[in-house]
Write a protein that binds this ligand. Structure first.
Ligand SMILES: NC(=O)c1ccc[n+]([C@@H]2O[C@H](COP(=O)([O-])OP(=O)(O)OC[C@H]3O[C@@H](n4cnc5c(N)ncnc54)[C@H](OP(=O)(O)O)[C@@H]3O)[C@@H](O)[C@H]2O)c1
Length: 371
């Protein structure tokens, strides 16, 4: 591969689920990592990152908040590659409105891209996007196109019927520590919360990709966006990450996180899934290519909710998947992630491995009983 593993790279949101796994892999490969988190006094998050192999000599931590996006400049300076993984969320006790979250996500991307250009050291910005930004829903929101691919963009005026309880839980997982408090939400948050995440991911990804348009002599920055499916598998965190719990929500019969699956199926037609190992390998693949830019979908499987339930019933028969968590009889929609594969990327984890590893993670951390 083209890249020197001694290169300096930056990971925003380095203490999150995907961020911490990515930092671990980058350190294992010999890279020097500048990781950002919001609070350097958070001993749990700092301790977790500092315990990683190679961290003592090749990990530097920076404090940076998307609501003060200039703070990322210090972490970016001197790096060759920047992974923008962090995303602003509704948090417990957060004073930010949905509108502010969307605006912060977009201006965060803009500010980080500008810092990359100013640094004169950054070659490529890799943005962790979501498949929720690539819905195959038609503009009226009632019909699905036959296939999900990189040409789809989620309509900005989409209204969801699922996702309220899910987003309440979502906000807990994004609070500023490993301990959560239930945030206050009003019925009006129903549309706002669900839309805020999807719209913020859609518009932030478009903003990132706009830096690939008309690259002049002074704008040599390449931008890759990786629109990832629901991420499952193991974790370094001391709790089950939200997306992993969503993945096995049918097994534990938890309506709040099951709504996450329903939201995915409503927006995407099926539930695109990807393993944490493949997600991080895909990020590193996009960095190690000598040259790469553009939008890439990243998911290895695309079952319907019912197909997931059937898998669990057949393979985890000691647990009951209650009827109300089985999902409807639907024909899934085709998910075309061949663009990344044509670049040379190979997925190593299929639906079985993604679901099995998520269940094992849930068992290990006590979210799924061992009966
Ligand atoms: N997990 C999935 O299924 C999935 C799928 C597709 C895309 N993604 C994308 O992947 C990224 C990481 O998600 P995740 O699942 O790893 O979630 P996560 O564990 O909750 O991580 C979220 C990260 O965002 C950071 N963050 C939140 N608000 C911030 C702010 N105001 N300023 C700076 N940083 C802030 C957090 O930093 P602190 O640690 O400092 O709080 C944390 O590192 C997100 O962009 C998400 O949209 C995730």
């Amino acid at each position: 591969m083209g890249k020197q593993a001694s290169a300096k790279v930056c990971v925003t949101g380095g203490a999150g689920y995907i961020g911490s796994w990515l930092v671990k892999k980058l350190l294992e490969k010999g890279y020097t990592v500048h990781a950002t988190l919001r609070n350097l006094d958070d001993q749990l998050k700092v301790g977790l990152l500092k315990s990683l192999a190679g961290a003592d000599t090749r990990l530097v931590l920076f404090q940076a908040d998307i609501y003060k996006p200039y703070e990322f400049r210090y972490a970016i300076q001197g790096c060759e590659f920047v992974f923008h993984v962090a995303t602003p969320q509704q948090t417990a006790g957060s004073s930010h409105s949905s509108q502010e979250i969307v605006e912060a996500a977009i201006s965060g991307v803009r500010s980080i891209a500008e810092s990359c250009i100013e640094s004169q050291s950054v070659k490529r910005l890799i943005y962790t996007a979501s498949v929720l930004a690539s819905s195959p829903l038609t503009k009226d929101g009632f019909h699905l196109k036959s296939c999900v691919n990189e040409s789809n963009w989620t309509p900005s005026d989409i209204i969801f019927t699922h996702g309220f309880e899910y987003m309440r839980v979502f906000s807990l997982f994004h609070s500023n520590s490993f301990h959560f408090q239930l945030p206050k939400t009003s019925p009006n948050d129903r549309i706002n919360c669900c839309e805020a995440y999807t719209i913020s991911k859609t518009l932030a990804e478009k903003e990132a990709l706009s830096y690939n348009e008309n690259p002049g002599d002074d704008k040599l920055l390449e931008v890759v966006t990786l629109a990832c499916g629901l991420v499952g598998g193991e974790t370094l965190l001391p709790y089950v990450p939200l997306s992993v719990e969503v993945m096995f929500s049918q097994l534990i019969g938890k309506p709040q996180t099951f709504e996450g699956l329903e939201l995915m199926e409503e927006v995407m037609g099926s539930v695109p899934l990807v393993h944490i190992e493949d997600v991080c390998d895909a990020h590193i693949f996009c960095m190690e290519k000598p040259s790469m830019r553009g939008r890439f979908l990243c998911a290895a499987a695309n079952p319907t909710i019912r197909e997931m339930a059937t898998y669990f019933r057949e393979n985890e028969s000691q647990y009951q998947v209650p009827e109300e968590f089985m999902g409807g009889e639907k024909k899934g929609i085709a998910f075309d992630s061949s663009k990344l594969v044509k670049m040379g990327f190979e997925y190593k984890y299929d639906k079985k491995k993604i679901l099995d590893d998520s269940v094992n993670c849930g068992r290990r951390l006590g979210s799924i009983s061992l009966n």
